[in-house]
Design a protein around this ligand. Structure first.
Ligand code: ZN
Length: 281
């Protein structure tokens, strides 16, 4: 018998990490007046019911980005806020692809620990209203303010959320130890992380969109050097000094380079897009 319900950790006061069977992580931030749910996961659990157990306050739903493992559960909600560049992706989540993702992570160890199946993902009956988040937008929760920071790279419309109350940055997949540059050139992704770097000193911990990956149930924040390591790797990729490797990933193969705590996967054909100004290295 495995774990049947997503487990919830209180990572700071009134701040909950929800680990959806090691597939993805959602976060619930509760203020004096309202709450904020960051990401909707794969839709493999009753997220709405779970949030209702944690708070009776009204809440808004925001997405760090539009990938299926973060936007897969949007069908349960009336409105979601996300970066405009990811609208199409979030609206087009394919149920069969999502079920295959559950299987892949299940077979990587998830099925040894968690009691879920691919059929837990239901086709969304309808899509919510999508409202654009822009850089600098704030979500006021009552004595708690959460700032949106646009960080393109992993996807075009990636958003990180800075909770000034707990000094935690919720980075989604835009910055983590296994950063996949999938939505932009490496050049643009590096600029995105440069911008995130300007927020140094305003947070003490960074939680990303995947805690307790596959069958490893942990609830740890990312190592402090993650952002610097990712920036360093991207600079090496662009100046030609990176040691490039091919590694297996989710049934395919990624081209990547590593340094320190982190690894960055990228498309070798997309270092700098045609109309872009190369960042000074
Ligand atoms: Zn993603």
């Amino acid at each position: 018998m495995g774990i049947k319900t997503p487990f919830v950790s209180e990572i700071a006061k009134n701040t909950y990490a929800i680990n959806e069977f090691g597939l993805t992580a959602m976060y619930l931030l509760v203020g004096d007046e309202s709450a904020l749910l960051i990401d909707t996961g794969c839709g493999a659990c009753d997220l709405k019911g779970l949030v209702a157990k944690l708070t009776d306050k009204s809440y808004r739903v925001v997405l760090t980005h539009g990938h299926l493992d973060h936007a897969g559960g949007i069908g349960a909600f009336d409105e979601v806020y996300l970066g405009e560049g990811d609208f199409e992706m979030a609206a087009g989540v394919d149920t069969e692809e999502l079920r295959n993702y559950l299987d892949t992570l299940g077979n990587m160890g998830g099925y040894d620990v968690y009691d879920y199946t691919r059929d837990d993902v239901q086709e969304a009956a309808q899509l919510p209203k999508m409202t654009a988040i822009h850089d600098g937008d704030r979500f006021e929760l009552g004595n708690r303010s959460v700032l949106a920071i646009e960080v393109p790279g992993h996807t075009k419309g990636g958003i990180c959320f800075l909770d000034e109350k707990t000094r935690i940055l919720f980075s989604g997949d835009a910055c983590n130890c296994n950063l996949l540059v999938m939505g932009t050139s490496v050049n643009t992704a590096l600029r995105g992380l440069d911008y995130l770097k300007t927020y140094d000193g305003r947070y003490q911990q960074m939680y990303n969109g995947h805690i307790g990956y596959a069958g490893i149930p942990t609830c740890l924040s990312l190592p402090e050097s993650t952002l610097d390591d990712c920036i360093h790797i991207m600079k090496m990729i662009l100046d030609g000094t990176a040691v490039i490797e091919k590694v297996p990933f989710l049934g395919g193969e990624n081209t990547c380079a590593a340094y320190g705590t982190s690894r960055v996967s990228f498309d070798p054909e997309r270092l700098i897009d045609k109309d872009e100004t190369p960042r000074k290295l």
